[in-house]
Design a protein around this ligand. Structure first.
Ligand code: NAD
Ligand code: DAU
Length: 362
């Protein structure tokens, strides 16, 4: 009797997989799923192959390129024949979008549009067996909904889009494109809108890794405005699990809000970082890291509060976060303490230029 032929599972295409969430997603995916991954990334300042260096090359292929490069993406899809695309590729830092919105429009709007067109062309050519199973999952943000006051209910999927920063507007535009490409062409789209992530491999321009980096460097911890803006923090591994759950069981055309049910004022986050560092890695002079806190000029148009109602994820797909903010933050601080050479490698001359641009006039 001859053995049944073995077929290897179809790959997935991840875009932006050399960044913070994408690299955590690929790591978790390879540990828990059988399909290999092809990672298309432009390697902007935020993308770093070091984030994936320990992963098995037999199951992970890297392709250097732009989601907006139609020739490249079309030929990649034809060669790889993925069963799904998970789109993380984006410009992601609100402050950078305020100083220079062009790249945000180029990647988040035009790039997403071109990726969608390539995906549509590919999907239309799939055979009858492959077509219904194909998915494109677009990773988006809670910032598309705008800002909340202290009394408002958390954002749910029915909230209107009211983006306030160039970044948020560019992400909202990409979400609208996703919706329209489903409604008009039937493309099987899933969209996730997530709150603030933190965890390993986050570029030290975002609040939590910036504060850890500056604390250890002995420089100021710059808190914007009164520090009472509220974010809903989610550990990146919980976000990555949520994305896998949506890819597996989410209904095409639906959007899913993902959050940590963990609202914190920025100043409380900074205090928590200082206190944890005081315990894990005390300053040489015996003073608390809190002594490095400096209140600085606010971000223009700064959204006051974000909060996510993740009831749909819980009731429809059975997902809820595993990590609390306290456990996740301590894990994260220990990771940054153990991986200081990683931070030193990802920051460059361009990083110092950015720090000057964003903070010198505050
Ligand atoms: P990141 O900035 O760390 O990484 C972005 C990655 O995309 C980098 O590897 C970069 O090189 C790549 N990239 C940028 N432009 C590209 C292009 N034109 N073509 C191909 N690759 C390109 O971002 P992140 O924090 O990991 O965010 C990933 C996604 O999740 C983004 O879409 C972001 O909007 C969304 N999101 C982030 C958060 C958060 O708190 N970080 C929360 C909710 C949603
Ligand atoms: O809500 C999800 C979004 O969270 C993602 O879509 C974005 O990609 C991600 O960057 C993040 O946006 P924020 O603007 O909320 O994140 P950031 O880490 O830049 O700032 C968090 C809060 O901390 C915000 O209120 C601004 C404040 N802040 C930030 C920095 C960098 C400071 O007070 N000082 C700082 O130096």
């Amino acid at each position: 009797m001859s053995a049944a032929p073995t077929t290897s599972p179809s790959p997935i295409l991840v875009t932006g997989g050399a960044g913070f969430i994408g690299s955590n997603f690929i790591r978790a995916w390879l540990a828990q799923e059988t399909s290999p991954v092809v990672n298309l990334d432009k390697l902007t300042y935020a993308g770093n192959l070091d984030n994936l260096g320990d992963l098995p090359p037999t199951r992970l292929e890297f392709v250097h390129g732009d989601i907006g490069d139609v020739r490249l993406v079309k030929s990649l899809l034809a060669r790889v024949r993925p069963r799904a695309i998970v789109n993380f590729a984006a410009e992601t830092h609100v402050d950078r979008s305020i100083h220079g919105p062009d790249d945000f429009i180029a990647t988040n709007v035009v790039g997403t549009f071109r990726l969608l067109e390539c995906a549509r062309d590919y999907w239309q050519r799939l055979d009858a067996a492959e077509k219904p199973a194909f998915r494109i999952l677009h990773v988006s943000t809670d910032e598309v909904y705008g800002t909340l006051s202290a009394q408002d209910a958390a954002f749910n999927e029915a909230n209107a889009f009211r983006p306030n920063s160039p970044y948020a507007a560019s992400k909202a535009a990409s979400d609208h494109l996703m919706r329209a490409w489903h409604h008009t062409y039937g493309l099987p789209i899933l969209t996730t809108n997530c709150s603030n992530n933190y965890g390993p491999y986050q570029f030290p321009e975002k609040l939590i890794p910036l504060m850890i980096h500056n604390a250890l460097a002995g420089t100021a911890l710059p808190v914007y405005g009164d520090g009472l803006q509220v974010r809903d923090w989610l550990h990146v591994e919980d976000h990555c699990e949520a994305i896998r759950v949506v890819l597996r069981g989410g209904r095409p055309a639906e959007t899913y809000n993902i959050g940590g049910n963990s609202e914190k004022a920025n100043i409380d986050v900074v205090h928590a970082i200082c206190d944890a560092l005081d315990g894990e890695h005390p300053r040489g002079d015996g003073r608390s890291y809190r002594s490095q806190i400096a209140f600085v000029k606010d971000r223009p148009g700064h959204d006051r509060r974000y909060a996510i109602d993740a009831a749909k994820m819980r009731t429809e797909l059975g997902w809820s976060p595993k990590e609390t903010f306290e456990s996740g933050l301590l894990k994260t601080i220990r990771w940054y303490l153990a991986n200081q050479p990683w931070t030193e490698r990802v920051i460059s001359g361009a990083y110092r230029d950015w720090i000057h641009t964003n903070y010198s006039a505050r």
